[in-house]
Design a protein around this ligand. Structure first.
Ligand code: ZN
Ligand code: ZN
Ligand code: ZN
Length: 177
């Protein structure tokens, strides 16, 4: 639940509504500040509070112990699947429970666009560092032969070319706690 009694530590104004970035992170701006998409600058107070991201339960089982997996996003926007039985013991400063973790390298979204080479659908791939590319949905990676499989069509977007951007990359960085 948002704590509406909270005030901005910079200027003392109340904080605004909770907003969500395209990558699923949540933030609250100072109510006197706002993002101007035309100038790509924050107007008014620049205070942004990043909210902790709730882990998302997945319909997948841990390969180690069979418990459900959860999807967790780190404060740097990296995604991982981990076992729901794992937790962090703050007193002993060590992990407890099952230690299964699987890092997810970027995200894939389906696009309504056909591959110029084979006519299959394209997918949009976003790397962990936020780079975007279009590639053919038939492409894959054979771990055993260490070779690319399927169609080889790839198109990297130049910075700023992909218009779905809302300026998230221009927000102040999350504090490294
Ligand atoms: Zn403020
Ligand atoms: Zn497990
Ligand atoms: Zn293709």
């Amino acid at each position: 639940m948002p704590d509406t009694s909270e005030v901005c530590p910079k200027c003392g104004s109340p904080l605004g509504d909770i907003q969500q970035t395209p990558s699923g992170r949540k933030l609250q701006r100072c109510s006197t500040g706002s993002w101007n998409p035309e100038t790509k600058k924050t107007e008014g107070c620049s205070f942004v509070k990043w909210l902790p991201i709730e882990p998302l339960p997945l319909d997948e089982k841990c390969p180690k112990c069979g418990s459900p997996l959860i999807l967790q996003v780190t404060r740097f926007g990296k995604k991982m699947k981990k076992c729901s039985t794992s937790s962090w013991d703050r007193e002993k400063r060590q992990a407890t429970g099952c230690v299964y973790i699987e890092w997810i390298n970027g995200t894939t979204e389906s696009l309504d666009e056909d591959c110029p080479e084979c006519g299959s659908k394209l997918v949009l791939f976003t790397t962990n560092s936020g780079k975007k590319m279009k590639k053919c949905s038939t492409s894959g990676w054979d771990r055993e032969t260490r070779q690319a499989t399927g169609c080889k069509y790839v198109y990297w977007f130049k910075p700023g070319e992909f218009m779905a951007s809302t300026g998230e990359e221009n927000l102040p960085p999350e504090p490294a706690i």
